[in-house]
Design a protein around this ligand. Structure first.
Ligand code: KIV
Length: 255
């Protein structure tokens, strides 16, 4: 399979549903590629599930570049999308420079949270010809302002803003939009309204695709699992069992 392009991802719309997962390192990227996933996100969620930060606002460009490089070394056919971390899009110039840094580290596209608070930066990235994925709804980088992770789109003002931001992203040429914790009816309405693919997380099934943090899917971060995730594996329990068995053998002189 050749390298998947952002245009090919956009062309999934109405044809095939998109399964997308996060990867932060070489082995996971290689596994996801062997499984044929079309898109991998190097999300700034890595700050919480890999680096031990309390939220994603502590992740910086150097963290993102480090993990993007590891994922890119797996040379996946999948499109590698990298998150622009907190504070990296404050001006148009910064947004474009930081996007280029992520591309230089091996990403094929970038993602940034929100639109209306930094319209000019998002437009500048797209005008520079950099493939761009939007992120609307609950924005984890706003957690300190918002105070809690909660569903967006229940109030009519939120619904209108979500539709407006999705339409702007679509018009400016974003190939995809993540809808995080969006009221399912609104996520469905956005999906119908725009040509870009919508990738839902905790936003119901009426999106063009779904994304999860891979650690949540496999039980790799056992101290917290979002309510909307049904883990398919309990990797933490398997690690605990393996370590205990090996420790018993070492103490008994069998290993
Ligand atoms: O950082 C991340 O992993 C994300 C997904 C949860 C969409 O943004």
């Amino acid at each position: 399979m050749g390298k998947v392009s952002a245009a090919e991802i956009r062309a999934f719309k109405g044809r095939e549903r998109l399964p997308v997962l996060t990867a932060y390192d070489y082995p996971m990227a290689r596994l996801l590629n062997e499984l044929g996933l079309p898109m991998i996100l190097v999300g700034d969620s890595l700050g919480m599930v890999v680096l031990g930060y309390p939220d994603t606002t502590h992740v910086g460009m150097a963290d993102m570049e480090h993990h993007v490089r590891a994922v890119a070394r797996a040379e996946p056919a999948a499109l590698i999308v990298a998150d622009l971390p907190y504070g990296s899009c404050e001006t148009e110039m910064l947004a474009v420079q930081n996007s280029r840094r992520l591309l230089a580290a091996g990403a094929d596209a970038v993602k940034a949270e929100g639109v209306l608070d930094h319209e000019a930066s998002v437009q500048a990235i797209l005008a520079a010809g950099i493939p761009f994925m939007g992120h609307l709804g609950m924005l984890p980088q706003s957690i300190r302002k918002e105070g809690a992770y909660r569903i967006k789109g229940k109030k009519s003002s939120e619904r209108e803003r979500l539709l407006q931001e999705a339409e702007l992203l679509d018009r400016w040429g974003a190939f995809a939009v993540v809808l995080e914790l969006v009221d399912p009816a609104v996520a469905g309405a956005v999906t119908e309204r725009i040509d870009a693919v919508t990738i839902g997380i905790g936003s119901g099934t009426d999106c063009d695709g779904q994304i999860l943090v891979s650690h949540d899917l496999v039980g790799g971060f056992p101290w917290f699992t979002p309510r909307f995730v049904r883990p398919r594996l309990d990797v933490a329990a398997q690690i605990r069992r393996a370590v205990e068995a090996w420790r018993r053998d070492v103490r008994a002189g069998k290993s």
